[in-house]
Design a protein around this ligand. Sequence first.
Ligand SMILES: [Zn+2]
Length: 554
Amino acid sequence: MGSPNENPEMATAYSLIRFSTPQQAKGDSTRRQLVASERFCAERGLTLNRTLHVVGKSAFHGDHVATGPLAEFIKLVEAGKILIGSWLIIEAMDRLDRRDVPTANEQFIRLLRAGIVIHTMIDNQTYTYERIKNDLTAMLISIIQMATAHDYSKKLSMRISAKWEARREEMRAGRGKATNACPGWLKAIDGQFYEVPERVAVMKRIIAERHLSLGRHEISTRLNRDRMPTFRNGDGWHPSTIAALVRNKALIGIYQPRKADGSEDGPPIEGFYPRIISDDDFWRAQWGPDNKLGAGGKTKGLANLLRGVCKCARCGASLVFLNTGSDRFLVCSKARRGLCDNRYHRMYPKLEAELLSAFVLFDFSRLIDHANPQVNRVAGLEAEIAAKTATATRLLKDFQEDTPPLVSKQIGALTAEIKGLTAELSEARRNARIAEARASFDAYTEFGAMVAWMPRMEDDERYLLRTRMAGELRRIIDTATADGTAMTIALRPAENSRVEILIDRATITGFRITVIADGEPLEPKILPRQRLDEYSPSRAGMLAGFVGEENVAA
Ligand SMILES: [Zn+2]
């Protein structure tokens, strides 16, 4: 694993330009891609290597990976023929792999880990292993882009559904005109609407970020930061544009005819435009106060995973969750009423993302559906031993010296059983640890994917997952206190140690670990965030042993 080349003047860039047919190779699309790569390399001082510009197959079924230039590239990287710090420039994530998201993600991580810098032209994102390690959001965006690429491929595979064909017939019959000013992510050609893929990708990103609870200000800031082109000419993205786009029912195919003065002209026409997102995704993305439907029903109570967990260090009151519509905060409930000076408003979405990324350091296997059967076996044996010990103890106590022979026999049998069960338990515990270590990699990957997919989950599934996450946070957190911008989350103490998560604003800055020897706490050690920030499976569960499982109420 290397770090990206510090001196970009030395670096070589490989651009993966793909065309399905030789005709296309001569076409505009290729020229556009080539010019864009050349311009990008000139700007960044990279040397463009053109050996990967070949007529390729679709990346959808992975043929591209197996036989195409990407496979060639990966082979060269893994043979050490491509220098660490070289760039791979692709138009969009779909150029990498359009198979399922985990497969695409695996290719992506594999290249980054080998020290390759990947740049996607369509959204102007540069990914390095360091970046995705330190920025969960970057990882989420890449996964969302891959998911979009996959969706788009699926859509291409069944280009025109019968339903859409029927809608178009209606349109031709005069129910609407495709020449009307159409939403920015579509274009009208000969009375038909077509998706503009890069703009549809932007819309899906905006919706996904709304599902992550980002406000219109943050979404527009992030789009501008990533230099995403706007749909209309102008000076970048505005919060008001984001709000209007998110509210636009054209996303779910609905057209509302309007009179010249802007008032509604007749009922809305469903299926007028090609649908971009599901109804659920649309309604979940809406803002609360002015749109009751957007509050999200069941998920509402779980907007705050830390509900009832955090306290103000100055007055002891609970921190409350504040939803201003565009932003979400945690703040001292008394400070809100002017009764405490701890007035710092902590950004909630960022804090949640941080804590979820730290989950990997503890035991997150409980959050994944298929629980480790060995763990259940351990729990079952523990319960059985506890019940039998209680019976034996009660019998001994009831009869004291005067134990009738029959009862003595019963106690003897129980004692033998407990001995056997205890032996079985230590065996089961060892097996559970082995199984856990083995499952660790899968669980890590699955947890990461699950968090990434959370915004796209159906309401029920998302609600259940968030319930489990909230439960898991309550299980591992002993106290969480906020004092100004600082926040300290103490995990339930184990017998010989305790861990505190140190947070400034909404960012984890480190972990304070106190080891207790002979009942006396030793000098605490601070593990800076950077040292623990490797999102690698080998780190999974590394802090689990520091958290007191035995103190946790069932
Ligand atoms: Zn307070």
